[in-house]
Design a protein around this ligand. Structure first.
Ligand SMILES: CC(C)(COP(=O)(O)OP(=O)(O)OC[C@H]1O[C@@H](n2cnc3c(N)ncnc32)[C@H](O)[C@@H]1OP(=O)(O)O)[C@@H](O)C(=O)NCCC(=O)NCCSC(=O)C[C@H](O)C(=O)O
Ligand SMILES: [Mg+2]
Length: 283
């Protein structure tokens, strides 16, 4: 993963004003939504509005289009629309409620070139996460924590205890197959402290970033999923100490009273690479 995915902002494709505004927002990626954020009566008009919006530049922001599921009356036409009208204008197509790798095959057959992302938000999708993550056309996975809560009949809790098994399965699957994985949305978009806590939890767990629903959430996610100054400083010192130890024929160094082995150096290099990618994006 070289492009950062700290902040992935949903925008309803029916909302032309928001799609325009997003050209200047500090989002690492945008999900242009044709699915749940668009009312049934607006689905067709939203496609047209999206084609107009994506004809103009979004800079370095990755442009992801979420289509409707194939079980709905719009799904297949959305896929054809992505393959034809949006060819070259969308960086990826996001498929909702993916239950298995076969769901990806069906979309891949209609969209031969564009990379695919999968929403994992059903119990079956979570149980099949490894097969989904292994799909050769798949680049990234997005947690759908609202749909998951609905399916589980679970309650929203600050510690997200009812979701931990599902989130963990998806993380394992994504990491095993080298795919990007971003966390679900935080619905209370005026609750900065709540969002910050959930971002910190997601970062601790290993997510690459968080999906967001409002521009006010961007700065918090961008900060939470970027390496901190302390992490960057530690990474540099670990690499230097390990190199020095190696020059003396040792396989282990000590920094701040903790051992540093080659695996810690790998993590340190990844931290620096992430910091550089973020700086490049900002520049
Ligand atoms: C949540 C909202 C409906 C709030 O909208 P609104 O009341 O209009 O917000 P504000 O007045 O505070 O907006 C201020 C300005 O910001 C722009 N804006 C708002 N939202 C966005 C956005 N998402 N992207 C870009 N710009 C945005 C407004 O246009 C205002 O601009 P200006 O006129 O210049 O002042 C609204 O934020 C919203 O619709 N959010 C997205 C909702 C969405 O996409 N939901 C679907 C995805 S979540 C999901 O499905 C999760 C998953 O599937 C699961 O299962 O969990
Ligand atoms: Mg959903």
């Amino acid at each position: 993963m070289s492009h950062p995915y700290r902040s992935v902002l949903y925008i309803p494709a029916a909302n032309a004003r928001a799609m325009e505004k997003a050209r200047d927002l500090p989002a690492d990626a945008i999900i242009f939504d044709l699915e749940d954020a668009v009312a049934p009566d607006e689905k067709i008009a939203a496609r047209a509005a999206l084609a107009v919006a994506l004809a103009s530049d979004y800079g370095a922001r990755v442009r992801i289009v979420r289509i409707n599921g194939f079980a709905t009356e719009w799904g297949q036409d959305d896929a054809r629309f992505c393959a034809e009208a949006l060819a070259g204008r969308a960086d990826a197509v996001l498929i909702p409620k993916v239950d298995s790798a076969a769901d990806l095959d069906r979309v891949a057959a209609l969209i031969p070139d564009t990379p695919l992302w999968a929403m994992i938000e059903t119990p079956l999708g979570m149980l099949n996460a490894a097969g989904i993550a292994a799909h050769p056309r798949l680049l990234g996975m997005v947690m759908g924590t609202n749909d998951l809560a609905k399916e589980l009949n679970s309650r929203f809790r600050p510690d997200r205890l009812p979701m931990q098994a599902g989130l963990g399965l998806c993380l394992l699957a994504a990491k095993a197959h080298g795919k990007v994985i971003v966390d679900g949305v935080f619905n209370a978009f005026k609750d900065d402290d709540g969002l910050r806590a959930e971002c910190e939890q997601g970062r601790d767990m290993g997510f690459d970033g968080k999906t967001l629903i409002h521009p006010a959430q961007l700065a918090i996610a961008n900060k939470a999923f970027a390496p901190t100054e302390a992490e960057i400083d530690l990474a540099r010192r670990q690499i230097a100490a390990f190199d020095a130890a190696k020059a003396e024929g040792k396989g282990v160094a000590v920094v701040d009273g903790k051992i540093v082995e080659n695996l810690h150096v790998d993590t340190a290099r990844l931290t620096l690479a992430r910091a550089e990618a973020i700086a490049e994006l900002a520049g």
